[in-house]
Design a protein around this ligand. Structure first.
Ligand code: ADP
Length: 466
C-alpha cells in the first residue's frame, strides 16, 4: 500500500473514532454519521477547489500542500504538467532553430495552402519576391503577377521548374519550383536566384558561338583550296594527293563540328523559334532513310514501318536534323550485315519514332550521359569512327523544343533502340495519302531482345537518356 493510501486510511480511522465518540456523546446515530460524512466531504471539496485553483493559475512551479490521497493526485498532475512544459520548451527551441535555419536559406521558401494562399515564408522570399508579413493569407498569383508562373501553378504538367523575372527587380532571374507535401494539399515553393548562373551560361555559349563563327570562314576557304588540290585533274603526284585527301577529311570533320556547334548554340539559346508548321513525318522520314541508304551503300539493310496518318506541329529543319542524327547513327554503328528499322506510329494521345539497330549496343553506364555534349563511346570494330559527340545533344534539344522526349534502350552485343515520344498536343491528323515508305518486313531487333521495354511513351524506361 502506498504512503498516500495509508495517510487516507488514517483519516478514515480518525473519522470512525470521531463517529463513535459523537454517538456516545449524543446517542444519535444519524446526527453523528451526518457530521462525520460532512467533514469528509468538505475535506475532499477543499482539495478539489485547491486543485482547480492551481490548474487555472497556470503555474506549475509551486506544488500546493495536500495530504492523504490528494497529495499523490497533486504530485501526479504536477509531474504531467512539468513534462509537458519541458516538451513545449523543446518544441519551441526546435521551432526557433528551424526559423533561424530557413531565414538563413539563400533561396526564397514559401508554404502555400490548398488554394495557393501564402501560409508562411522566409526572409529570402521578401528579398526575391517582395513578400511582406501582411501578405500571409493572400493568393501568391496576386503578388507574383507573371502569366507563365500562373500557368505553372495551375498546370500540374507544366514541368519541374520555370524561370521568371523577379517581381521586384526584373534584371534578376528566378528559377521557381513548386512541390506538393503533406496530406492537406500544401505546397512548398522554392525560388532560386539564377541570374549569375544564366549569365555564365550565356557567356560560355556566346564564346562557343563566336569562336565557331570565326572559324567557319577560314575553314570554308581551306576546304575549297584542298578540294581543288585533290581534284583528279591537278598535277600533284599520287602520294601528295593522298596526303591532301587526309587533310580534306579532317577539314570536313572540322567543318561538320563547327556547323553542329553553331546549331546546338542556336537551339540552346532558345531563340529563332519559327512559327510551328505541320510536318509530314512520313515524308520527312522517307527522305532521310533514302539519303542514309545511299550514303551507306544500302548496307546495313534499312527497313521502315511508317504510319502516314500523323504529322507533327513543329520546325521541319530541326526535326530533320534530330531524326537524321538517329538514323545516321544507327547506320554508322551497325555492321554491314546488320539491320536497321525505323518505325513511326501513333494515336491521338501521342506518337513515337523508333530507330532500332542490331549494332554493338551501348553499355548501361553510358546511357544516362549519351546526350551530353561531346560524349562519345568508343565502339571497337565500328567502321566509321568519325563523329563529334554532338548529334544526340542536338536531337535531345530539338525534341525538348517540341515537348518530346528521347529514350534509349540498349543491350550490348544485340543492338540499340532510340525512341522519340511526342505528346498528343503536338500531333496533327493528316489526310490519307499514298504510303510514304514501305516496310520490307525486315526487323532490326525484336522487342524481346531489349530489356526494360517501355510501351508507354509517358513512362520513362529505367535506363534511358533524356
Ligand atoms: P557521334 O557523332 O559520336 O555519333 P552522337 O551524339 O550522335 O555523336 O552519339 C554519341 C555516342 O553515342 C556515340 O559516340 C556512340 O558511341 C553512341 N551511339 C549513338 N548511337 C548509337 C547506336 N545506334 N549504336 C551504338 N552506339 C551509338
Amino acid at each position: 500500500m502506498s504512503s498516500a493510501w495509508r495517510a487516507e486510511l488514517f483519516w478514515v480511522v480518525l473519522l470512525v473514532l470521531a463517529l463513535a465518540f459523537l454517538v456516545r456523546l449524543s446517542g444519535n446515530w444519524f446526527f453523528a454519521t451526518s457530521v462525520c460524512a460532512l467533514i469528509y466531504l468538505f475535506r475532499h471539496l477543499f482539495f478539489i477547489n485547491r486543485l482547480l485553483h492551481w490548474l487555472r493559475g497556470g503555474k506549475s512551479g509551486d506544488l500546493p500542500q495536500a495530504d492523504g490521497i490528494w497529495e499523490e493526485v497533486f504530485y501526479l498532475v504536477f509531474r504531467v504538467r512539468r513534462r509537458n512544459k519541458r516538451r513545449k520548451k523543446q518544441l519551441l527551441r526546435m521551432l526557433d532553430r528551424f526559423r533561424t535555419a530557413t531565414a538563413a536559406l539563400p533561396d526564397a521558401t514559401v508554404v502555400l495552402g490548398p488554394r495557393n494562399e501564402i501560409d508562411w515564408f522566409n526572409d529570402s522570399a521578401s528579398r526575391f519576391l517582395g513578400l511582406r508579413r501582411p501578405d500571409v493569407g493572400q493568393q501568391i498569383a496576386n503578388l507574383v503577377r507573371n502569366t507563365r508562373f500562373v500557368t505553372y501553378l495551375s498546370d500540374a504538367d507544366a514541368g519541374p521548374t520555370i524561370s521568371i523575372p523577379s517581381p521586384i527587380d526584373d534584371t534578376r532571374e528566378l528559377e521557381v519550383r513548386v512541390v506538393p507535401y503533406g496530406d492537406e494539399d500544401f505546397r512548398l515553393m522554392v525560388a532560386r536566384d539564377v541570374t549569375e548562373l544564366k549569365l555564365a551560361e550565356r557567356v560560355r555559349s556566346d564564346f562557343i558561338a563566336n569562336v565557331s563563327h570565326e572559324l567557319r570562314t577560314p575553314i570554308t576557304v581551306m576546304r575549297g583550296y584542298i578540294e581543288a588540290l585533290c581534284d583528279s585533274d591537278s598535277a600533284l603526284p599520287e602520294r601528295e594527293r593522298m596526303i591532301f585527301r587526309r587533310v580534306e577529311e579532317q577539314t570536313n570533320r572540322m567543318h561538320e563540328l563547327i556547323e553542329s556547334l553553331l546549331a546546338l548554340t542556336r537551339l540552346q539559346s532558345g531563340l529563332q523559334r519559327s512559327t510551328p508548321e505541320t510536318i509530314d513525318v512520313a515524308e520527312l522520314l522517307d527522305g532521310i532513310c533514302q539519303e542514309a541508304e545511299v550514303l551507306f551503300g544500302f548496307n546495313p539493310k534499312l527497313s521502315t514501318a511508317i504510319d502516314a496518318a500523323w504529322g507533327v506541329l513543329g520546325d521541319g529543319n530541326e526535326l530533320r536534323s534530330a531524326f537524321s542524327n538517329l538514323v545516321i547513327n544507327a547506320m554508322k554503328y551497325t555492321p554491314e550485315e546488320g539491320a536497321v528499322t525505323v518505325t513511326w506510329s501513333g494515336d491521338e494521345n501521342g506518337a513515337r519514332l523508333e530507330v532500332s539497330d542490331t549494332g554493338p549496343g551501348i553499355a548501361p553506364e553510358h546511357l544516362p550521359r549519351l546526350t551530353e555534349r561531346f560524349y562519345r563511346v568508343e565502339v571497337p570494330g565500328v567502321r566509321s569512327r568519325s563523329g563529334s559527340g554532338l548529334g544526340l545533344a542536338i536531337a535531345k534539344h530539338v525534341l525538348n523544343r517540341h515537348d518530346a522526349t528521347l529514350q534509349v534502350e540498349s543491350v550490348v552485343g544485340k543492338g540499340s533502340r532510340f525512341i522519340c515520344c511526342f505528346p498528343g498536343k503536338r500531333l496533327v491528323a493528316l489526310p490519307p495519302h499514298e504510303p510514304a515508305a514501305s516496310s520490307t518486313g525486315v526487323c532490326a531487333a525484336s522487342d524481346e531482345e531489349f530489356v526494360d521495354r517501355d510501351p508507354d511513351c509517358a513512362r520513362p524506361a529505367p535506363d534511358s537518356a533524356r
